[in-house]
Design a protein around this ligand. Structure first.
Ligand code: PMP
Length: 392
């Protein structure tokens, strides 16, 4: 199988699986227990905290381990309501469903909400942010990189805008971490969400980085995580998170090469698709974006069919549209970008990794439109003009 869905999740690294199995077999004691077995578990927890902090450029004490980025986002947004006597939240229209739904819920409870729009290229409308962030704003929350388009958001500018008005900045860096370098200490953010399974770690574990000095209220009060997240720690998950972080930190010296190689791979893939089909639209292509994300439509082919053909060719990716009960809703991100419902329902997201084999990917770029030839409008596929020898 050619796995092209790395923005949905990544395969756990072998060292992560091994470390987690070791914890489950040998270090299953509760890290809060005073006996030796508990203290051994506690030192593993501390080591993982240091590994994650080392990778993300924060202090170990700034990390609050959570069940993933969804919980981290909830911890950030809910904690901001009433913080410092302010309650307003300003988020972007392209946020993750968990953030959009939580904000809507808080809005119904009377929390003042501001929604920053996206431009047609998927970028954040900074002029709108400037208007929306005001004296009553407690928190501005945006993704570092959009999970669908991969477009990078102007978090440094937002940090300046937010701080100038006494508001905090929360960055959901779930899609960026592990794909591009990230350093909390230089990010300008006050709170950052991260999820381990997006970069070779296990599912069900993540963290909220809370800048030192911020007194942040818990979603689940208890004594663990310095009172900021109660509940017995998910030690196997946290250890796996630490190992994934350490492995990435170790390879980070060649970030530049890795990133450049992935961007070249993505661009070649998109160019090869365009060579086979005259009507390809790549969403977000006009702006800096994650090097391994291609969010596109082929002609007017519905995403379900496009994905079915991909599966027949042995590849898997995701649709840009989320299934909702009773029918299909187009992607909220594309809708915010002004893309029509019909076009949005055709969007397919392909996301690669440094291990994605180029030959297989380029072959797919030719075979995929060919399998859809009967569905693509006759003038959109240009197979007869192709002289590669691969296509008839
Ligand atoms: N934020 C973003 C930007 C994401 O892409 C995801 C995962 N799809 C999440 C939050 C949720 O992460 P988790 O699966 O760890 O809850």
């Amino acid at each position: 199988m050619l796995y092209l869905d790395h923005n949905a999740t990544t395969p756990p690294l072998p060292a992560v699986v091994q470390a987690m199995a070791d914890v489950m077999v040998e270090h299953w004691a509760n890290p809060s227990s005073q006996h030796d077995a508990g203290q051994a578990a506690r030192s593993l927890l501390q080591r993982a905290r240091e590994q994650v902090a080392g990778f993300l450029g924060c202090q170990p004490a700034e990390i609050v381990f959570t069940s993933g980025a969804t919980e981290a986002n909830h911890l950030a947004l809910r904690g901001a309501v009433g913080h410092g006597g302010r309650s307003g939240l300003v988020i972007s229209a392209g946020e993750h469903a968990g953030v959009l739904k939580l904000a809507a819920q808080l809005g119904r409870q009377g929390v003042p909400l501001g929604l920053i729009g996206l431009g047609p290229d998927g970028g954040l409308k900074l002029d709108e942010a400037d208007m929306l962030i005001g004296e009553g704003t407690s928190l501005v929350s945006v993704m570092a990189a959009n999970n669908e388009t991969g477009v990078l958001m102007p978090t440094a500018e937002l940090a300046r805008l937010a701080h100038a008005r006494g508001a905090l900045l929360h960055v959901d860096a779930t899609q960026l971490i592990g794909k591009l370098p990230f350093d909390f200490s230089r990010s300008g953010a006050d709170l950052v969400s991260v999820s381990a399974h997006k970069f070779g770690g296990p599912k069900g574990v993540g963290a909220l980085i809370v800048r030192k000095g911020l007194n942040w209220p818990a979603l689940f009060p208890g004594s663990q995580e310095r009172g900021r997240r109660g509940g017995t720690e998910n030690l196997p998950g946290i250890v796996g998170f630490g190992v994934a972080a350490a492995q990435h930190a170790w390879t980070s010296s060649n970030w530049h090469d890795r990133t450049a190689r992935l961007a070249v791979l993505r661009d070649r893939f998109e160019a090869a698709l365009k060579a086979c089909c005259a009507d390809v639209r790549v969403f977000g292509a006009g702006l800096p974006r994650l090097p391994q994300t291609s969010f596109l439509r082929l002609g007017q082919v519905h995403a379900d069919l496009a994905l079915k053909r991909l599966a027949e060719l042995g590849a898997c990716a995701s649709s840009g549209s989320a299934c909702s009960s009773g029918g299909q809703a187009p992607s909220a991100v594309l809708t915010a970008m002004g893309v029509t419902r019909e076009e949005a329902l055709c969007a397919v997201r392909l996301s690669f990794s440094p291990d994605t084999p180029e030959t297989a990917l380029l072959a797919l770029a030719q075979d995929w439109p060919r399998c859809l030839a009967d569905t693509l409008a006759p003038d959109t596929h240009i197979f007869t003009r192709i002289h590669t020898g691969v296509l008839a």
